[in-house]
Structure formats: structure tokens, C-alpha cells
Design a protein around this ligand. Structure first.
Ligand SMILES: NC(=O)c1ccc[n+]([C@@H]2O[C@H](COP(=O)([O-])OP(=O)(O)OC[C@H]3O[C@@H](n4cnc5c(N)ncnc54)[C@H](OP(=O)(O)O)[C@@H]3O)[C@@H](O)[C@H]2O)c1
Length: 266
């Protein structure tokens, strides 16, 4: 399928690892110039170097690592300003950065609770508010919010994260009408439990300790998921490419759940 993304530009937040890095890789492989944002310098620079040196059929799209703390308003302004300056313009925004704190709500510190909200909730909203006027002026743009299926069904060990996710689905739907007047689309992808590098390591450790195959451990872990598998990061990245492209020019304000059928809600 011809996505027509070559030569476009994107900001991907939380791109030093996990889903964000996979999305940055997939966009770059399509010839998209990518600003990768994360908080830890070393990890981000290593990831950006690896991306820039990977050869995708001679693609020479730029890769720009930007270290920033997305809980701070001034840092968000700087990310947007620098991205426009370094890439010329920004066609695609992928909001993905999060600092998750799982566990019992009453055992969470107030600081942890606030961080979850500030990085993901406020972080996504502030980035849209700061970057969207640039897209609106150009009458073109695609924003993709990576949210999470707990938006539809909160879990007891992820109450605050689930609340933030629900708020972001509502924000995505709510702001889509305003942005549509300027031909800017905003959609969300809500992954279920995803096989990130961290998850892969944990399954590999269990498989070694219990003399079970990796597939057996995954099926066991995923017993509550109808498709009996964890979501692959490549699935989220592939959906991001579709939403970033002009393949669905009529689609906005949607939240696409990719969770192995775990949450059967509307
Ligand atoms: N993994 C899953 O099973 C799953 C399921 C549903 C939804 N999701 C959602 O998918 C997204 C990605 O998940 P993931 O598991 O791939 O995440 P992850 O591995 O925990 O990575 C989070 C990324 O966010 C960055 N980040 C955190 N706080 C930041 C801050 N203050 N400023 C700038 N960057 C910051 C991290 O940067 P550093 O490298 O500097 O730490 C890292 O690059 C998240 O929104 C998550 O809620 C994930």
C-alpha cells in the first residue's frame, strides 16, 4: 500500500523506547523526518543514532533527538519551536509519552499521582494546543494520541492511568470538530497489554525459570485475553502510519482499540 508519507515530518513523544520508538522507526522507514522526544538523554541519543544509521532503501529523512521534560509548559513550547525550526514544518504529531505508576491507589504517593496526570494528560493536551495552530495555518495535519484500552474499563491497579486515558479519549473526540474546520485530523489508538522490550524480557525470564517455552508463558499471561496474545508494538506502529497518511481523509475523532478483544465495550 502506498502511504505517501515520504518527505513528511513528525514529532513522536516518548520515543526513546517501547511503542514510541517503534512508531518513530516505522515513520522513518517511510521517509518521514522525525523529532524524537524523551526525558533521558543517553537512552534517547542511542535510539536516535540507531534510527539515523538504519538504511531504509536509501531514505535520508532527518532524525532529531530532543531531550525535554513534557511536564513543563516551557519545555513543550521549546519542543514545538525547535521542531518547526529543524524540520521546516510539522505534518504529524504522535503523543505517546507517559510515566505509568501501577498499584494500589491509596499506596501511590501524591507526586506519583500528579506525574501520571502531568506527563500524559496535560502533556498531550498542551502539545496539541501549542502545535495545532501551526497545522491549522497550513490547513493540514494529523495528530495521533496513543491512549490505552483502560480508558473504557478502568483496572483497580491502574485507576489514575485509566482516568487519564478516559479524559484523553474525550479530549480527542471533543477537539476534533474544531480542528476539522482547518483540515487537521486527530485520532487515537488504544492499545491493550503490549509486548514491549520490558515485557519481552519478563516473559523470557519466566520461561527460563520455569522451563516453559516463551509462547507457553505468553499464552498463560494472556489467558484473560480472547486472542490469547499480547499486542505487538508493530501493530500500533502500523495503525499510526495509516492514521498519519491520507488514506482515511474522512476519519477524525476516533479511538481505535487494539487489545486482542480484551475489552468488549462500545
Ligand atoms: N505498554 C503497554 O502495555 C501499553 C498499554 C496501553 C497503553 N500504553 C500507552 O502507550 C504509550 C507508550 O507506552 P510504553 O509502554 O511504550 O511506554 P514506556 O516504555 O514506559 O516509555 C515511555 C516513554 O515516555 C517518555 N517520558 C516519560 N516521562 C516523560 C517526560 N516527563 N518528558 C518526556 N518524556 C517522558 C520516556 O522517556 P525516558 O526514556 O526519558 O524515560 C519514554 O520514552 C503510553 O502512553 C502508554 O500509556 C501502553
Amino acid at each position: 500500500m502506498e502511504l505517501g508519507l515520504s518527505g513528511k515530518t513528525a514529532i513522536v513523544t516518548g520515543a526513546s523506547q517501547g511503542i514510541g520508538l517503534e512508531i518513530a522507526r516505522a515513520l522513518h522507514a517511510e521517509g518521514v523526518g522525525v523529532v524524537m522526544v524523551a526525558q533521558s538523554t543517553r537512552k534517547l541519543q542511542d535510539a536516535a543514532r540507531a534510527l539515523a544509521s538504519s538504511s531504509h532503501a536509501g531514505q535520508v529523512a532527518p532524525v532529531v533527538p530532543l531531550v525535554a521534560d513534557l511536564t513543563l509548559r516551557a519545555e513543550i513550547d521549546r519542543v514545538v519551536e525547535e521542531s518547526i525550526q529543524r524540520l521546516g514544518a510539522v505534518d504529524i504529531l504522535v503523543n505517546n509519552a507517559a510515566r505509568a505508576h501501577n498499584g494500589n491507589f491509596f499506596k501511590m504517593s501524591v507526586e506519583e499521582l500528579e506525574t501520571v496526570w502531568q506527563v500524559k494528560g496535560l502533556g498531550y493536551v498542551r502539545l496539541v494546543r501549542t502545535l495545532a495552530p501551526h497545522m491549522m495555518e497550513r490547513q493540514s495535519g494529523s495528530i495521533i494520541n496513543i491512549i490505552g484500552s483502560t480508558a473504557r474499563m478502568p483496572t483497580t491497579d491502574f485507576v489514575v492511568g485509566s482516568m487519564v486515558n478516559a479524559a484523553l479519549v474525550n479530549f480527542t473526540r471533543g477537539i476534533s470538530r474544531e480542528l476539522a474546520q482547518f483540515n487537521v485530523r486527530i485520532n487515537a489508538i488504544s492499545p491493550g497489554w503490549t509486548m514491549t522490550e520490558r515485557q519481552e524480557k519478563s516473559i523470557a525470564l519466566q520461561s527460563a525459570a520455569r522451563s516453559l517455552s516463551v509462547e507457553q508463558v505468553e499464552r498463560e499471561e494472556a489467558r484473560g485475553i480472547p486472542l490469547r496474545r499480547l499486542v505487538r508494538m508493530s501493530e500500533i506502529a502500523a495503525m499510526t502510519l495509516l492514521l498519519a497518511s491520507d488514506i482515511f481523509p474522512s476519519m477524525t475523532g476516533e479511538d481505535i482499540v487494539i487489545d486482542g478483544g480484551a475489552i468488549p465495550s462500545i
